[in-house]
Design a protein. Structure first.
Length: 254
């Protein structure tokens, strides 16, 4: 549980993107879906990183907050490394590079992308101060390197999800909830959208040129295509705690 002091600090900044995304990561980390995929120890470790960010949101150090968000984002991006082999084999029937790590891991990576993008917003620190652009770019650079390792799986997962969307009726699952494949598709698109948003917010959207996108994608044409496609086709979901800023991203991308 959060301390009373942190609760007060969080209340003032509760509508900011980073704390909203972190709250969502906490929800995912506490879910049976993630525990089934990565095990209880890895889920608890992720929750510890969440608590570290909460603690820094109640402080005054931009460096400490940036470091805590960077650590949390890395923990989310590396979740696939901890997925149980039996679970991965069950999920990965679609091919070698399909997303075989479950929808909860995809949702955690998407929320981590949003948490990084939110660091550029003013008001995360006391007196309405913002984390400096240099710190945000450092976090983004580290996050981008980690995300590069997932690029083939994100690409494969999106290809599989999009092909099944075309071949099958894309209706909701039981009790009107999205199916696991829908959750994966929407989350992987959100990874792309929030990653581009993080770059645009930190350096200015007017600087988000084709050359910057090319460098962001590691000069990998398929990865650049995935980023652009995901951002342009991102889906806003009701029930996501960071949905209001997602609407901003969908407007910004025009």
């Amino acid at each position: 549980l959060l301390s009373g002091q942190t609760h007060v600090a969080m209340a003032d900044r509760s509508r900011r993107l980073t704390p909203l995304a972190v709250e969502y990561i906490e929800e995912v980390a506490s879910s049976p879906d993630l525990e089934q995929a990565v095990g209880g120890i890895s889920a608890q470790h992720l929750l510890a990183k969440v608590q570290a960010v909460y603690g820094e949101l109640g402080g005054r150090s931009a460096q400490a907050l940036a470091d805590a968000v960077a650590d949390l984002a890395r923990e989310c991006v590396t979740l696939p490394e901890w997925v149980d082999r039996d679970f991965e084999e069950e999920q990965g029937a679609g091919g070698e590079f399909c997303w075989a790590f479950g929808p909860a891991a995809a949702e955690a990576v998407a929320a981590a992308s949003a948490a990084v993008a939110g660091l550029s917003e003013p008001g995360l620190l006391p007196d309405g101060e913002a984390v400096g652009a240099d710190l945000v770019l450092d976090v983004l650079e580290t996050f981008g390197r980690d995300l590069d390792c997932l690029a083939p799986y994100i690409y494969g997962g999106l290809c599989r999800a999009e092909s099944q969307k075309v071949c099958k009726a894309d209706g909701a699952g039981s009790e009107g909830l999205p199916t696991p494949l829908q959750r994966v598709r929407r989350s992987l698109k959100a990874v792309a959208a929030w990653t581009l948003a993080a770059v645009g917010r930190s350096m200015g959207y007017e600087q988000l040129s084709p050359l910057v996108l090319w460098e962001l994608g590691g000069r990998d044409a398929l990865w650049v295509l995935v980023l652009a496609h995901g951002a342009l086709t991102a889906e806003v979901l009701s029930g996501n705690p960071f949905e209001p800023p997602a609407v901003v991203v969908l407007t910004d991308r025009k």
